[in-house]
Design a protein around this ligand. Structure first.
Ligand code: BTN
Length: 335
């Protein structure tokens, strides 16, 4: 099934009314009168709302009462009261898809698509960095965001790093824990991967035409199962699931908080305010100050991670010489 945030006004009307009156029973007649839709339409919408995972109690003579919201990242839940101007103001939801990233890339040419968010409950062909596969079972947050940035091409490599900072801040705010940031754009908990970022860019005469940010978050996944199928693959260093930290946080809280934080950082990048992003990333980084081994396309490099540059590349020091690395997988060795 596929849903978007603007095609189901009747359903959203009924749902919003149930959500704002969730301490009382509402009769089908009252709903029909207040919302100016037929009783049959009310009944059909309630049936659909229940199918989508909302628990709506229905009592004879009393009517309907919303008991709990759906756990699905439905598009109207993402856009509802979202405190952003661009990012997430349109949302698309898929029960199952090959990759939200591929879907987002197909949609980049549609009108008014800037800031749109594509979410899937599960992906059958999830893509990770460097052509790796990304395990995306139900329970995770798999999301892609279409952007038409104003920033310069040189910022493209900093963007996923800045986005990982936005997610880290969002996790701090919702879960009250501090994930570590592992260069370039992994989020870890106690050294195990909890989230990753992927960016696809299309360029037109030296400017960014479209940028699609893909974010994979192990929100409530079976760690053992994913570890079993990834063991022995490149850049595998263990998996962590956010649900092991706190069972109470809902996926929608994290997604909305992330979109707000991402928009703040996106605005800063568009207005070239880069220093603060680099400082905040460095404070949370588990890479800076460590001796690391880097696997790059040109082979292995070892050295001490000194800092990241304005374009997001890592500066390594080895035998009093500094090296700049744009991309690669790192292994943390020691302090
Ligand atoms: C990484 O390798 O660390 C990046 C993983 C990015 C995964 C996300 S999940 C949503 C989006 N769709 C994809 O196919 N990949 C990204």
């Amino acid at each position: 099934m596929t849903y978007n945030s603007f095609d189901n006004p009747g359903l959203v009307k009924v749902l919003t009314f149930l959500q704002s009156h969730n301490t009382e029973y509402l009769s089908g007649q009252d709903l029909s009168d207040v919302l100016r839709i037929s009783r049959v339409a009310v009944w059909k919408h309630i049936k659909k709302i229940q199918e989508l995972g909302y628990i709506v109690e229905s009592k004879q003579k009393l009517g309907y009462k919303l008991i709990s919201n759906s756990e699905l990242l439905l598009p109207w839940e993402i856009t509802s009261n979202l405190k952003t101007k661009i990012i997430g103001q349109q949302a698309f939801y898929f029960d199952s898809i090959d990759s939200t990233q591929n879907q987002a890339l197909k949609m980049t040419e549609e009108p008014n698509i800037n800031g749109a968010v594509i979410v899937a409950a599960k992906q059958t062909g999830g893509r990770g960095r460097d052509g790796r596969k990304w395990m995306s079972p139900k329970g995770g947050i798999w999301i892609s965001i279409i952007l038409k940035p104003e920033f310069d091409i040189s910022i493209t490599t900093l963007f996923p790093i800045a986005s990982s900072l936005a997610l880290s801040i969002a996790i701090e705010k919702t879960f009250s824990i501090k994930p570590e940031l592992k260069w370039p754009n992994d989020l870890t908990i106690k050294g195990k991967k909890v989230a990753g970022m992927l960016v696809d860019v299309s360029l037109e005469s030296n400017r960014i035409e479209n940028l699609v940010l893909g974010v994979g978050i192990n929100f409530d996944v079976n760690v053992k199962q994913i570890e079993k199928s990834l063991k022995g693959t490149a850049n595998f260093y263990g998996i962590a699931s956010l649900s092991d930290q706190n069972q109470k946080v809902k996926p929608i809280q994290l997604v909305q908080t992330f979109l707000v934080e991402l928009e703040k950082i996106y605005k800063n990048l568009n207005s070239k305010k880069i220093k603060e992003i680099i400082n905040e990333w460095t404070i949370r980084s588990s890479t800076i100050g460590k001796n690391v081994e880097l696997n790059t396309i040109n082979g292995k490099i070892k050295g001490k991670a000194i800092k990241i540059d304005e374009d997001g590349s890592l500066i390594l020091s080895e035998n009093n010489k500094n090296y700049k690395v744009i991309a690669g997988d790192i292994i943390h060795m020691s302090k």
